[in-house]
Design a protein around this ligand. Structure first.
Ligand SMILES: Nc1ncnc2c1ncn2[C@@H]1O[C@H](COP(=O)(O)OP(=O)(O)OP(=O)(O)O)[C@@H](O)[C@H]1O
Ligand SMILES: [Mg+2]
Length: 259
């Protein structure tokens, strides 16, 4: 199997004053082309794990590795370029005072990729088109867009520096049900067309089964089960995974990988 691009080894995160660690000895490996879903009940430690993988929070023990090197010794610019993120709520993740073009072009400027002003503008137009918006939308501001369109803007910003990985924490759960499917389809298209590898935190097992070849089930800061999504969701080895599946009676009809 190919080397992981991003890896967590024995990651533990304790918060002061908390009796139990939010994350307790978690191993995770993200390999190119193998989308990874992270599921589990509220408080399981999913977002904590994602923050450690993004380098915005530090583990109490254990280490995160990028491209074979511990994060502290990895090339910081390469890491920030290739590991991009989309959060749950596009209202709070987009700066209301910046035009869409400035928002989407910001990672290109700060990472100094994508060339000069003209090339950056071209890249912004290109990624806006890739997410189903128009290049002219760059002149508008976030409040002029619907929730689903704002999430498209957030995805365009993440795509701008041509990352290898996209980490997404509940990217559709703040959206209307009717818009969710469109964003899921967009993510699927981007994964297939751009060869992007997705790490997806989601409560929605149907979405995980559609977008991720591998899944990891978490509970109380630990991994209770992991493996190919098709196997874990059809033949769960762990009682907790079975409970999680039983809580969603409509799942078996929705499985995207059933073919
Ligand atoms: N900054 C913090 N300070 C103290 N405790 C925290 C902090 N962030 C998270 N926790 C605790 O760590 C545990 C894991 O939280 P985390 O947000 O990672 O869960 P989650 O699986 O993402 O849940 P959800 O599905 O609700 O988003 C929870 O018990 C939470 O209360
Ligand atoms: Mg969370």
């Amino acid at each position: 199997m190919n080397e992981p691009i991003l890896e967590g080894r024995q990651l533990t995160r304790r918060y002061p004053g908390r009796p139990h660690p939010a994350l307790d000895g978690v191993d995770i490996a993200v390999r190119a082309g193998a989308g990874l879903g992270i599921v589990g009940e509220s408080g399981a430690g999913k977002s904590t794990l994602l923050r450690l993988l993004l380098g915005v929070d530090r583990p109490s023990s254990g280490e995160v590795r990028f491209a074979g090197a511990p994060l502290a010794r990895a090339d910081g610019r390469e890491f920030r370029r290739h590991v991009q993120v989309v959060f749950q709520d596009p209202r709070s993740s987009l700066n209301p005072r910046m035009s869409v073009a400035a928002i989407v072009g910001e990672p290109l400027r700060s990472l100094r990729v994508g060339g000069g002003r003209t090339e950056r503008a071209e890249r912004v137009a290109e990624v806006l088109t890739a997410v189903g918006l128009r290049p002219e939308d760059g002149r508008r501001y976030p409040h002029e867009f619907s929730g689903g369109q704002r999430q498209r803007i957030a995805i365009a910003r993440a795509l701008a520096p041509s990352p290898r990985l996209l980490l997404a924490d509940e990217p559709v759960s703040a959206l209307d049900v009717s818009v969710r499917l469109q964003i899921v389809e967009l993510l699927q298209e981007l994964v297939e067309r751009l060869g992007l590898t997705l790490v997806l935190v989601s409560h929605d097992l149907a979405i995980v089964s559609q977008l991720c070849a591998e899944v990891m089930v978490m509970r109380h800061g630990r991994v209770v089960e992991s493996g190919p999504t098709a196997t874990v969701l059809t033949e769960p080895a762990d009682a907790y995974t079975r409970d999680l599946l039983a809580a969603i009676p409509q799942l078996p009809q929705n499985l995207g990988w059933a073919s």
